[in-house]
Design a protein around this ligand. Structure first.
Ligand code: NAD
Length: 356
């Protein structure tokens, strides 16, 4: 089983080192090879996603990714900015299905900005389509407005589009995932206003006929944003497009209190995947040894489950994380009175210990 390790920038190398430590402790036949990505790759090779890094990712069974980006690269031309690396990997590997679980650990209920009773036991999965929608739709650009009240003025435009097969495959992913959970899918759209999302809704409804054992409901995105803070526990699996999923998954992340706890997986049709924490490179705390490595460690667990087909090893990691939290160990972002605050490496060591 070959894993490409792409630590990236900011806290990326610190948190990925802890996940690698945990993976090594499992004593599985894992072959790991590291390559630069993002700002680190720009410094080393003049491009955020060098050819050699892309090749390594393409040849691996899975990619473990830290995070990319730093404010010091904000003045670079867009194609050379670190964030282009993650967009390029998604596109080149065809990673169309993004899984973002939002799980509220019993010990961290207090960390949420919502009342504890609203989030205690929360366990939802957002499945976001990742390679289509307005983020990739062509044409896009700037021009002189051809018509309208401001004809001739500078305008910018993007294109929202989805094809039937794109919606079909993400809908199937969502229904299959719901079968492994509580059997309910909420498809989030804006079919009342957008043609693209009327097609989305029609196709999800059609695909649902193959999954009569799964409950399906449809919700407009504005209502979904509201329901996520009003009664989040009524959701099981949420499936939605790229832009709505981008926004709703960050909202769901904060229900659980800390973005430092949330893993993610992005899969292609062959089951090959890229696994990364949901947060960014956190330049404000980089190099201080205080970043929470648990989201990355839990991403490694998702990698074992989805791409490497090692569910027992994945469950061992998840149980170890639970145990460490139960012991009262916390990094600064999830600290609370009475707990022991530890640094990044100590947290990684504690998870290794708790593997048993
Ligand atoms: P961020 O997620 O990096 O940080 C937001 C806040 O959360 C910061 O205060 C940070 O200290 C804290 N935080 C994040 N991860 C943490 C962790 N593991 N432990 C403790 N605290 C943590 O978002 P940002 O500040 O908006 O962006 C910083 C950089 O990251 C930007 O360059 C952005 O483009 C990039 N970014 C990259 C990715 C990615 O690589 N997939 C995703 C989002 C943002």
């Amino acid at each position: 089983m070959k894993i490409a390790i792409l630590p990236g920038d900011g806290i990326g190398p610190e948190i990925v080192a802890e996940a690698v430590k945990v993976l090594r402790a499992l004593a599985l036949p894992l072959e790991m090879e590291t390559a630069p990505v993002g700002g680190a790759a720009y410094e080393a090779a003049g491009h955020p996603l060098p050819e050699a890094t892309l090749r390594l990712a393409q040849q691996a069974d899975a990619v473990l990714f830290g995070a990319v980006g730093d404010w010091k690269y904000d003045t670079l031309p867009r194609p050379l900015r670190p964030e282009q690396a993650i967009l390029g990997l998604r596109k080149q590997l065809g990673l169309f299905a993004n899984f973002r679980p939002a799980l509220c650990y019993e010990q961290l209920t207090h960390a949420s900005s919502l009342k504890p009773e609203l989030v205690a036991g929360l366990d939802i999965l957002i499945i976001r389509e990742l390679t289509g929608d307005i983020y990739f739709g062509q044409p896009r650009g700037r021009r002189a407005a051809p018509d309208g009240p401001f004809a001739g003025a500078e305008e910018a435009f993007d294109t929202m589009r989805y094809s039937r097969p794109e919606v079909e495959r993400i809908a199937r992913v969502a229904f299959e995932a719901a079968r492994q959970r509580r059997g309910k899918v909420t498809s989030v759209d804006k079919a009342n206003v957008l043609e693209t999302f009327q097609l989305w809704k029609d196709v999800v409804t059609e695909v649902h006929r193959d999954y009569p054992d799964v409950e399906l409901d449809h919700m407009y995105v504005d209502n979904a944003a509201m329901q996520l803070v009003k009664a989040p526990k009524k959701f099981d699996v949420i499936v939605t497009g790229n832009m709505f999923g981008d926004i709703l998954s960050d909202e769901a992340a904060m229900l659980t209190g800390s973005i430092g706890m949330l893993p993610s997986a992005s899969l292609n049709e062959r089951g090959q995947g890229l696994y990364e924490p949901s947060h960014g490179s956190a330049p404000d705390i980089a190099g201080k040894g205080v970043a929470n490595p648990l989201a990355t460690i839990l991403s490694a667990a998702m990698m074992l489950r989805y791409s490497l087909k090692q569910p027992e090893a994945a469950a061992r990691i998840e149980a170890a994380v639970q145990r460490v939290l139960a012991q009262g160990l916390r990094t600064a972002d999830i600290a609370s009175p009475g707990c022991t605050v530890v640094g990044t490496a100590q947290m990684g060591d504690a998870v290794v210990q708790a593997l048993g």
